[in-house]
Write a protein that binds this ligand. Structure first.
Ligand code: PLP
Length: 408
């Protein structure tokens, strides 16, 4: 999508607007599958929570992907998008036994991440094979907020609890058909990932009925110039060789699974906003856009960087701006950014807006959530209508207090 295509889309569908490039999603998917083409059985399960629009899910289905889900609603969404139950893995954290049973009933692959639920589930349903989520206690990223494999994490069953786990499996007579880890959101160092994988292989040896090993995700994509990106090709080469050797040792051709979200969709997305006001204070020039953390919360929640480009004036003189929203809270998207001169009415494009952007949007300040467009075959397809006032009022129940008054 070039600037003029994006400007036309913004003109046709209004602002603020999320736009996703199907071609980019496809090329990332192919990059990943190509990197592991030496593995006989490879399964990519797209992590729905990154971007959960049904048309995006249908596109992944068409590419041959499965999906990774974290709630029963995501499971239902996947089924509604046309995935078969066996193409869905359910990897929740801290949900009720009821919810896990509901998913199992639908026939999706269950992944259990604590011993309490494992024991209860195994006792009641010894014939339903389950995958177990292991915490290898390896810190994969630099930011402890998003590294979930280390010792204090709430995710997964500690490798130190494997003896207890094996006892549960033996006592309940349940079958463990998969073993899983998801070490965090930022794989900066392939060696750290491979180290965690060794722990997983070591654990896997203790289970005799495995069908697959799921290495989770955490693949990093660049958000700004100079960012480190996971070298998928190198990881593919090294992990594939190690995986194939493990299968030989294990005596079975297992499936190698991944469940990336960010890697597959982050770079496909642009968030288009319109500049309402350019406000010069004594020390700063603010560009205020028709959005806020109700639509894109990552910069405020995680301190994430999203490049911001003025697509209305791409060759304008560069100046420094602090880009903020219109929410009655501090909602700074970017501090002191060098951007081509901004005029009121210009359209700004936030890059890397595919993953964890729309899916985290809310109605805060009683604003509508943005519309979504998929750019596919050089055509813009509306895949989510902009909300209307009805959406704000829907499900609210207005009490009529005048009746109460009359009684008194
Ligand atoms: C969120 C999540 C993912 C996707 O992580 P990315 O960093 O977006 O690739 C994969 N697996 C599980 C279990 C998750 O919760």
């Amino acid at each position: 999508m070039n600037n003029s295509e994006l400007l036309n889309i913004a003109k046709d569908f209004g602002s603020p607007l999320y736009v996703y490039d199907a071609e980019k999603i496809e090329s990332q998917y192919k990059r990943l599958t190509n990197a592991f083409n030496n593995v006989k059985h490879l399964k990519i399960n797209y992590a729905v929570k990154a971007l959960s629009n049904i048309s995006i899910l249908k596109f992944f289905n068409a590419l041959g992907s499965g999906i990774d889900t974290v709630s029963i609603q995501e499971v239902q969404l996947g089924l509604a998008a046309g995935f078969l139950a066996e193409q869905i893995i359910f990897t929740p954290n801290g949900v009720s036994l009821d919810e896990i049973e509901e998913a199992a009933e639908l026939g999706v692959q269950i992944n259990i991440d604590n011993l309490s639920i494992l024991e209860q589930f195994g006792t009641k349903h010894p014939n339903v094979p389950v995958c177990i989520r292991i915490n290898p206690h390896v810190m994969a990223g630099g930011n402890s907020n998003i590294s979930v494999g280390h010792i204090d994490s709430k995710f997964g069953i500690s490798i130190h609890q494997i003896p207890h786990l094996l006892r549960i499996v033996e006592n309940t007579n349940m079958t463990i058909n998969g073993i899983h880890m998801h070490t965090g959101s930022d794989i900066l160092d392939i060696e750290v990932f491979l180290y965690a994988s060794e722990i997983l292989f070591d654990t896997a040896k203790q289970f005799k009925n495995l069908d697959f090993i799921d290495f989770g995700s955490g693949f990093k994509v660049p958000y700004k110039l100079g960012d480190i990106e996971t070298n998928i090709e190198e990881l593919g080469k090294k992990l594939s060789a190690r995986f194939n050797a493990f299968c030989k040792e294990y005596g079975k051709e297992l499936t190698l699974a991944f469940e990336p979200g960010k890697f597959l969709v982050s770079e496909s997305g642009c968030f288009l906003t319109k500049v309402n006001v350019v406000k010069q204070t004594t020390s700063t020039v603010f560009a205020q856009v028709d959005s806020g953390f109700n639509h894109l919360i990552r910069p405020m929640l995680y301190g994430s960087h999203h490049d911001i480009v003025n697509i209305s004036n791409p060759s304008g003189r560069e100046r420094f701006y602090t880009v903020v929203g219109y929410i009655c809270e501090t909602d700074t998207f970017g501090n002191n950014r060098r951007i081509n001169e901004i005029n009121e009415g210009d359209t700004l494009c936030f890059k890397n807006a595919g993953a964890y952007c729309f899916s985290m949007a809310s109605n805060y300040n009683s604003r509508y959530r943005p519309a979504e467009v998929l750019w596919y075959n050089k055509t813009a397809h509306l895949i989510r209508k902009r909300e209307t006032f009805n959406d704000i009022l829907q499900n609210q129940i207005a009490i009529d207090f005048s009746l109460k008054k009359e009684k008194c």
